[in-house]
Design a protein around this ligand. Structure first.
Ligand code: UD1
Length: 383
């Protein structure tokens, strides 16, 4: 059997790593050898957004890089389809496997089906209900076209049933990203936070930074267009963290390239960089981010993956969105996260509650570190 799996952007890398390991393990014990070809669309190309993850997670170099790079959504998707079609015609795989919700999954699922190749979506069935999110469009298209839909939780399986997906296509296999978390949590736990700051600081705060502060630290990541692309939304968030968070506790902000660019455009970057209680870091490697997550008192984020990691680690998480495709991570479902949108009133209220909360780790069903093996088994057993 020949499988092509596709990655494009940062959140894909921690999802593909365990799948590749599962294929290697299978090939060691089975005569039915699987030939695996890894394709990187090239959407994320910086060392810190891509290369660092391949190294830390021991992902072999991509066999093929489509070199798509930045651009509008249509440019990214169109360019990926043109290049991926050539790969499919040349390699003629039995399966195309796509993971997560980035632009690559839309482009590659469409291309695969037009070439009459079976398509499997790992992390199928997530729905935010918000069609203005580019990722929601990607999920809807990939799930509509895929032959095998591997879901991370039962809410996602139910979403697919409601959309009329035949039962035989839906398989609940668990959350593949948690395989990576479980594999790396001991290694990450050994890292030193001051070293992480020293090696990744963009605003020159040195390694002594945290040793003098007993109250711990807060952590923030922001990258969604809805939070960072307009001044009306981004500026009040920056004001809140500077005036109300950093006056109490150090805040570590790992900064996405999109967000940095926007802070600069809105004339906010200098104030952020110069604040003495705000540690601005480059985008971090997987292990460094996991270490910070394990130790921070509260996380403010609009990332989907972090909501899931916070659930397993029990880190109180303020999700700066009005909806989530991952309801299983919300407190009302036993998780660690609460939706606060971009309302400063809500963010403030929940921030103070979170600061008084203890860590309560939760493990949803089948988030057990063995999802990749189940995913591969479903592909092998597909009839
Ligand atoms: C993408 C994904 C999103 C995911 C996020 C994680 C889609 C639709 N979105 O959003 O689901 O949560 O990645 O990071 O696929 N840039 C760099 N260096 C890079 C990559 C990007 O500087 O290596 C810059 C680009 O020039 C662009 C901006 O960052 O201006 C945004 O990149 P883009 O790939 O368009 O989307 P993300 O916001 O990263």
């Amino acid at each position: 059997m020949r499988i092509i799996s596709v990655v494009g952007a940062r959140p894909n890398f921690m999802k593909i790593a365990p799948f590749i390991k599962a294929i290697e393990k299978h090939n060691q014990i089975s005569d039915n050898i699987i030939e695996h070809i890894l394709v990187h669309t090239g959407q994320h190309y910086d060392d810190r957004m891509s290369r660092a993850f391949f190294e830390q997670l021991e992902i072999p170099d991509a066999d093929i890089n489509l070199g798509v790079g930045s651009g509008s959504h249509a440019e990214q998707v169109g360019h990926t389809m043109i290049e991926f079609e050539k790969v499919l015609k040349d390699k003629k795989p039995d399966w195309v496997v796509v993971v997560g919700d980035v632009n690559a999954i839309l482009a590659c699922s469409v291309t695969a089906k037009k070439e009459h190749i079976l398509c499997c979506h790992i992390e199928a069935g997530l729905r935010s209900g918000d069609i203005s999110m580019p990722e929601e469009v990607n999920r809807l298209v990939a799930d509509r076209l895929s032959d095998l839909l591997l879901t991370p939780d039962q809410i996602s399986s139910e979403n697919l049933r409601k959309e009329g997906v035949p039962e035989a296509k839906i398989k609940f296999t668990g959350n593949i990203m948690i395989d990576t978390l479980e594999k790396n949590r001991i290694k990450a736990g050994k890292l030193n936070i001051n070293e992480i700051i020293k090696l990744n600081s963009v605003n020159g705060l040195d390694s002594e930074f945290l040793s003098s502060s007993n109250p711990g630290f807060a952590l923030m990541t922001l990258h969604r267009p809805s939070n960072v692309d307009t001044r009306e939304v981004l500026e009040p968030i920056v004001r809140f963290i500077i005036d109300e968070v950093c006056s109490e506790i150090p805040l570590i902000w790992t900064i996405h390239p999109r967000t940095r660019k926007m802070l600069e455009n809105f004339g906010l970057l200098n104030e952020v960089m110069e604040h003495k209680n705000l540690v601005v870091l480059e985008p971090l490697g997987y292990l460094e981010m996991l270490k910070l997550n394990m130790n921070s008192r509260v996380i403010l984020t609009d990332s989907g993956g972090l909501q899931e990691e916070c659930t397993i680690l029990g880190t109180p998480c303020l999700t700066l969105r009005w909806n989530t495709e991952r309801p299983v991570t919300l407190m009302e479902h036993g998780g660690a996260s609460v939706l606060v949108g971009n309302s400063i009133k809500l963010i403030r209220e929940e921030y103070h509650k979170a600061m008084n909360k203890k860590r309560v780790p939760v493990r949803p069903k089948l988030w057990d570190g063995h999802t990749a093996e189940r995913c591969l088994k479903e592909i092998i057993d597909y009839k």
